[in-house]
Ligand binder design. Structure first.
Ligand SMILES: Cc1ncc(C[n+]2csc(CCOP(=O)(O)OP(=O)(O)O)c2C)c(N)n1
Ligand SMILES: CC(=O)[C@@H](O)[C@H](O)COP(=O)(O)O
Ligand SMILES: [Mg+2]
Length: 639
C-alpha cells in the first residue's frame, strides 16, 4: 500500500520512514534504494551543506546494516558520525534532513536526543568501539533476550585513534557480542597517515581461508549447531585452522577479534550475505569493508579531501560555490603563514597537527618545511606528548589542534608538558562557538580547562594582528603557552608589524568612569560597538579593557577596578563558569572588592548547532546581550 509521501524522484526512499519499511523490501530492490539515497544526498547537500563524501561512501553499508539487523533493538554506533546522513534519512528523518546542522534542526552528527536510532553521542573520532563494547556487555549482563547485536561503524583513520585501540584491546577479553565494521576508504580528511593505514591497505585474507571458515560456519548453522557449544566449535576450528595457516593471522585476530574481509564495501549482496553469516557468531568480530570516499559522485571520488565538507555546490556540474564576499583572512591562515615566517628564521620550530593539516592550515608549514611538520593522525594525546618529547630536547613545537579535540589531551598537557614547564605552544583553533558542528565541536571549555594548570600561559587575540604578536611572543617564551582563536575570518586586515607583547598585560581600549567592560578575544569588537552606542544613550562613560591574557591575568586592571569601585561586565566566547569571568570575580574578591560582576558568555549547558551569530544570541553575549547588560546597570548609575 503506497504512502502518500510517495515521491516520483525517490519512489522507494520516499516510502521508507523507518528501517522496518526497508526490511519489507525484497533484497533485489536494495540497490535501487542505494541509488535513490545517493541522489537524495547530492540534491540535499548541494543546497543545505554539510559533510558529504563520507556519507556517500557509506550508503551500501548503511542500507545493509539496517536491513540485516533489527534496529533500533540492535544498536549501531557510528564513529564521528559524519558518514551517518544515510542512517538519518532511513530512520525517519528524510523530510527533516534539510534542517541538518541548523538551530532547531537536526544535528550534523548522531544524537540520542534526536532519535532512538542514534545510539550514542558522536562527533569526536574513535569512541565507537568502546561505547559499543559497553553496550553489548551491558546487554549480556542484563540477560537481554534475544541478545542485542551491537555494531560499531568506524573509519580507517578513526580506528587509528588511541581510544579505538583501547577498545580493541579490551574487546577480546570482555564477554561481548561486538561487531565492528571497518569502513576503510583509505582516507582521513586530507589523506591518510600512519602505519596502521598502510597495514590495512595491504591486509588481505585468502579466499580459501575465508571460504573454509564460512563453509564450516554455514554447516553448523544449517544443522542448528550454532549453539554455544557450536560457537565454541567454530572458535576451536578457527583456532586450529589459524595454527594451520598462521600467515593469515592479522592484527585483529592477534587480539582475538575474528577478522572477516576485506570485502568490497559497495557490493551490497555480499555485505548482506556476510552480515547474515556472522551476525550470530559470539565474541568480537571485525568486518573489513573497502569503500570509496565520495562513491557515486565523480567530483567527490576524484577529490575526497575537498569533498569532505564542500559547502554549497551545483549538483549538476559539481562546481563548488565559493563565497564571493571579500573578507579579511582566516585566523587559521594567519596562523599558518606566521608559523612559516617564524620557522624560516628559527630552525628549532616544528609543527604538529592531529590529522587536520588543512583545517588548521598547518599544511602551510608542511609545504615550506615538510621535515619539520608532523601529522600524527587522529591522536591528540600523542600529539601533545610527542611535542613534549621534542621540546624536552630543545625544539620549539607549535601544536595546532581544534579546541574541542584538544580536550582529548588534557592529561597529556598537564603530565607531559606543564609539570616540566616545557616550551610547547598550543594553538587552539576553533575556539569558542564554532556553529554548525554543534555541541561536540564548540571550543568553549578551553579557557576553563587550561586556566587551572600551573605555569600555563593562556591568551586570546582580538585581531589577526594580535594573533601574530602572540605567536611571536610565544616563540621566545620558555614555558607552555596556549593561544585560542576562532573558526573563520578576522574582522580586519593585517595592518601591523609583528611585535612581542608583554606577557600577562591587558590593554585599555577606551577609558571611562561609570562601569568597566572586560573582554578577551575577538568579542572585543562586538563590545566596542555597543559601548559607543550605550554611552550616548545613557550619558555614561564606560572603560573597556581587552584582557588579552587570561593567565597570568593583568593585576593592574584588577587594582584599577578595585579603585574605581564600579560595576563590571565580562564578555567571553567560552563558558563563564571557570572562564575569564570567574577569574575576574575571584581576583576582585581576593582584592577585597565587592563590585558587581556580570559575566557574559556560554552558560552552563551544551549549546546545539546553528550559525555562530544565532548561538551567541542564544547565549546572551552578542551585541544585544552586551547592550542589555549595560542597560541593566546604567539606569541605577544614572538614577
Ligand atoms: C578526536 C577527533 N579528532 C579529529 C577529528 C576531525 N575529523 C573528523 S572526520 C576525520 C577523519 C575521519 O576519517 P575516517 O575515520 O577514515 O572516516 P572517513 O572520513 O574516511 O569516512 C577527522 C580527523 C574528530 N572528529 N575527532
Ligand atoms: C567531522 C569533523 O569533526 C570535522 O570534519 C569537522 O567538522 C571540521 O570542522 P571545520 O569545518 O571547522 O574544519
Ligand atoms: Mg577513512
Amino acid at each position: 500500500m503506497e504512502k502518500e509521501t510517495k515521491d516520483d524522484k525517490y519512489p522507494l526512499l520516499s516510502q521508507i520512514d523507518s528501517p522496518a519499511d526497508l526490511r519489507k523490501l525484497p533484497v533485489q530492490e536494495l540497490p535501487k534504494v542505494c541509488s535513490e539515497l545517493r541522489s537524495f544526498l547530492i540534491n540535499s547537500l548541494s543546497t543545505h551543506p554539510g559533510h558529504f563524501a563520507s556519507s556517500m561512501g557509506a550508503v551500501e553499508l548503511t542500507v545493509a546494516l539496517h536491513y540485516v539487523f533489527n534496529t533500533p533493538y540492535d544498536r549501531i554506533v557510528w564513529d564521528v558520525g559524519h558518514q551517518a546522513y544515510g542512517h538519518k534519512i532511513l530512520t525517519g528523518r528524510r523530510e527533516r534532513f534539510s534542517t541538518n546542522r541548523t538551530l532547531g534542526g537536526l544535528s550534523g552528527f548522531p544524537s540520542p536526543k534526536e532519535s532512538e536510532y542514534d545510539t550514542f553521542t558522536a562527533g569526536h573520532a574513535s569512541n565507537s568501539i568502546s561505547a559499543a563494547l559497553g553496550m553489548t556487555v551491558a546487554s549480556s549482563l542484563q540477560n537481554e533476550t534475544p541478545l542485542r547485536n551491537v555494531v560499531a561503524v568506524i573509519g580507517d583513520a578513526s580506528i587509528s585513534g588511541g581510544l579505538a585501540f583501547e577498545g580493541l584491546n579490551n574487546a577480546a577479553n570482555a564477554n561481548s557480542n561486538l561487531l565492528i565494521i571497518l569502513n576503510d576508504n583509505d582516507m582521513s580528511i586530507d589523506r591518510n597517515v600512519g602505519s596502521l593505514n598502510s597495514y590495512l591497505a595491504h591486509l588481505t585474507t585468502s579466499k580459501a581461508y575465508n571460504n573454509l571458515r564460512y563453509k564450516f560456519a554455514r554447516f553448523l548453522r544449517k544443522n542448528h549447531l550454532v549453539t554455544n557449544k557450536g560457537k565454541g566449535m567454530i572458535m576451536r576450528f578457527n583456532n586450529s585452522l589459524k595454527s594451520l595457516i598462521t600467515k593469515e593471522q592479522n592484527i585483529f585476530e592477534g587480539l582475538n577479534i575474528r577478522y572477516f574481509g576485506p570485502f568490497d564495501g559497495h557490493d551490497l549482496p555480499t555485505i548482506i550475505n556476510v552480515l547474515n553469516e556472522i551476525k550470530d557468531f559470539s565474541g568480537p568480530r571485525i568486518l573489513h569493508l573497502r569503500t570509496i570516499k565520495g562513491k557515486g559522485y565523480e567530483p567527490a571520488e576524484k577529490d575526497p579531501a575537498r569533498w569532505h565538507a564542500p559547502g554549497r555546490f551545483d549538483a549538476k556540474t559539481g562546481k563548488i560555490i565559493k563565497d564571493s564576499v571579500k573578507k579579511a583572512p582566516k585566523y587559521q591562515d594567519v596562523f599558518g603563514e606566521t608559523l612559516v615566517a617564524l620557522a624560516e628564521r628559527n630552525t628549532k620550530i616544528v609543527g604538529v597537527t592531529a590529522a587536520m593539516p588543512s583545517g588548521t592550515s598547518m599544511n602551510k608549514l608542511e609545504k615550506a618545511f615538510p621535515s619539520r611538520t608532523f601529522d600524527v593522525g587522529i591522536s591528540e594525546g600523542h600529539a601533545v606528548t610527542f611535542a613534549g618529547g621534542m621540546a624536552k630536547e630543545g625544539m620549539k613545537p607549535f601544536v595546532a589542534i581544534y579546541s574541542s579535540f584538544l580536550q582529548r589531551a588534557y592529561s597529556h598537557i598537564i603530565h607531559d608538558v606543564a609539570i616540566e614547564g616545557l616550551p610547547v605552544t598550543f594553538c587552539l583553533d576553533r575556539a569558542g562557538l564554532v556553529g554548525e558542528d554543534g555541541a561536540t565541536h564548540h571550543g568553549v571549555f578551553d579557557m576553563a580547562y587550561l586556566r587551572s594548570i600551573p605555569g600555563m600561559t593562556v591568551a586570546s587575540p582580538r585581531s589577526l594582528d594580535m594573533l601574530r604578536h602572540l605567536m611571536l611572543t610565544a616563540e621566545s617564551f620558555d614555558g607552555p603557552f596556549a593561544i585560542r582563536y576562532p573558526r573563520g575570518n578576522g574582522d580586519s586586515e593585517l595592518s601591523e608589524e609583528m611585535h612581542k607583547l608583554p606577557v600577562g598585560k591587558g590593554e585599555l581600549l577606551k577609558d571611562g568612569s561609570d562601569m568597566v567592560v572586560l573582554t578577551i578575544g575577538p568579542v572585543a569588537s562586538e563590545a566596542r560597538k555597543v559601548i559607543d552606542r550605550a554611552e550616548k544613550e545613557f550619558g555614561i562613560s564606560i572603560a573597556h579593557y581587552d584582557m588579552i591574557f587570561l593567565k597570568p591575568m593583568d593585576k593592574e586592571i584588577i587594582d584599577r577596578i578595585v579603585a574605581m569601585n564600579v560595576p563590571v561586565i565580562t564578555v567571553e566566547d567560552g563558558v563563564v563558569d571557570g572562564g575569564m569571568g570567574s577569574a575576574v570575580l575571584e581576583a576582585l574578591s581576593e582584592a577585597g572588592s565587592d563590585v558587581a560582576v556580570h559575566r557574559l558568555g556560554v552558560p552552563d549547558r551544551f549549546i546545539p548547532q546553528g550559525k555562530p551569530a544565532e548561538l551567541k544570541h542564544l547565549c546572551g553575549f552578542d551585541e544585544e546581550g552586551i547592550y542589555e547588560a549595560i542597560a541593566k546597570i546604567a539606569n541605577p548609575v544614572k538614577g
